[in-house]
Ligand binder design. Structure first.
Ligand SMILES: *Cc1c(COP(=O)(O)O)cnc(C)c1O
Length: 381
């Protein structure tokens, strides 16, 4: 099988990469694509509809609306929900989460993250609610589901909308249910570093039929066909080719997530006992897709800071990243919304200063994982 072949683990460890997207065979993609192409349908046609139906079915959610990216999906969800005033979100995330808030002219209010699971701290979210707050935008960080039940209770209690940036979480589940159906909407990314790849693309999933209808219009300039747009939109359509790529990759997702989990378990077994290294806590009832595997390096106990460890690994041909450093409240487009700096965001400050993201991708071999872990343990000594 071509998909099995492209998931084979041989001969890809050298040079070791940080990420390598596992893509389906081009033949399979073209098989999906060619009918639409021959019909002259290049964007937002039958293949996009098929992708939306497949995803809604798979995730058990009423509506899936395919869009051009996760960023545009988040922008349109905030717009279509009529959010105004303040949105509470974590500072420890990718900047696109915050950009969607700024594009809507809304004020970002940053909440701290939990020191164990690194997702947004629900207690701190509730503490920051004022009469200006209208939504919570949480993130399933690296694929680890946010504290959904606690956040939903807070949102319900205060009459707020709850949206999840699920960019990392296709294939994750919360207490046995797939990520995709929680809150008012969940938005996935299908860009090349994520687990389901469309080249570029996003998926808005929701059980709210009004929201689905509005996002469907909004991705097409706000127009549902009447030529008199109901709301301000964008061109945020998904092309047929991107949908064909995602559809062909759908059957590989489960194996990818299993492989990422196996790699995470190996890293965990090899590194958990190393002094100065801390790992992200995943609730035993949940499943992370492990889009990323990150460790925290405590300089005092490890004997060296995160940047130095990254440099030494690089010298050995092991690439790493610092997801997400600096955190949003330290980035120039956001600092004016956070004049008190790290005050009240101490976990975010500490975690972003010590986080190191290790190579993880389906084609990474056990042997390569051992090499990375061994190199870190060696540095520690
Ligand atoms: C990748 C990512 C996005 C942006 O996704 P695009 O599809 O590239 O717009 C948003 N949020 C998070 C947390 C991400 O990692």
């Amino acid at each position: 099988m071509s998909t099995t072949a492209s998931l084979s683990l041989s001969a890809v460890d050298s040079p070791l990469r940080f990420i390598r997207p596992t893509t389906p065979s081009i033949r399979e993609v073209l098989n999906n694509y060619v009918r639409s192409f021959d019909d002259g349908m290049l964007t937002n046609g039958d293949i996009v509809v098929r992708l939306e139906e497949t995803v809604a079915d798979r995730l058990g959610v009423a509506h899936c609306v395919a869009v051009s990216s996760c960023t545009s999906g988040l922008m349109l969800v905030l717009k279509a929900l009529g959010i105004s005033g303040d949105v509470i979100l974590p500072s420890f995330t990718f900047f696109a989460t915050g950009h969607a808030v700024l594009w809507n002219g809304l004020r970002p209010v940053f909440a701290d993250c939990d020191r164990r699971d690194w997702t947004v701290d629900a207690t701190d979210v509730e503490r920051r609610i004022t009469e200006r707050t209208s939504a919570i935008l949480a993130v399933h960080l690296y694929g680890n589901p946010a504290r959904i039940e606690a956040l939903q209770q807070i949102a319900t209690r205060h009459g707020l909308k709850l949206i999840f940036d699920a960019a990392h979480a296709f294939g994750s589940s919360y207490r046995g249910s797939p990520i995709g159906g929680f809150g008012d909407a969940e938005v996935f990314s299908l860009s090349p570093t994520k687990l389901l790849v469309a080249g570029e693309g996003g998926l808005v999933c929701t059980n709210d039929s009004t929201l689905a209808r509005l996002v469907r219009a909004a991705r097409n300039y706000g127009d549902n066909g009447s030529y008199d747009p109901e709301l301000v939109g964008l061109n945020a359509r998904m092309t047929e080719f991107n949908a064909a790529l995602a559809l062909a990759g759908m059957d590989m997702v489960e194996r990818k997530v299993e492989r990422h989990n196996r790699i995470a378990k190996l890293y965990t077994n090899l590194l958990a006992a190393t002094p100065g290294i801390a790992l992200q806590r995943i609730d035993t009832d949940d499943r992370s897709a492990y889009k990323d595997f990150c460790v925290l390096i405590s300089p005092a106990e490890f004997g060296m800071n995160r940047d130095r460890v990254g440099d030494l690994l690089q010298e050995q041909g092991i690439p790493t990243k610092k997801y997400f450093c600096p955190p949003l409240h330290r980035q120039r487009v956001f600092t004016s919304y956070c004049p008190s700096g790290d005050t009240g965001l101490s976990n975010t400050a500490r975690i972003s200063q010590t986080v190191l993201s290790l190579p993880i991708y389906a084609a990474l071999s056990d042997e390569a994982v051992r090499r990375v872990a061994q190199a870190i343990r060696h540095i520690a000594r």
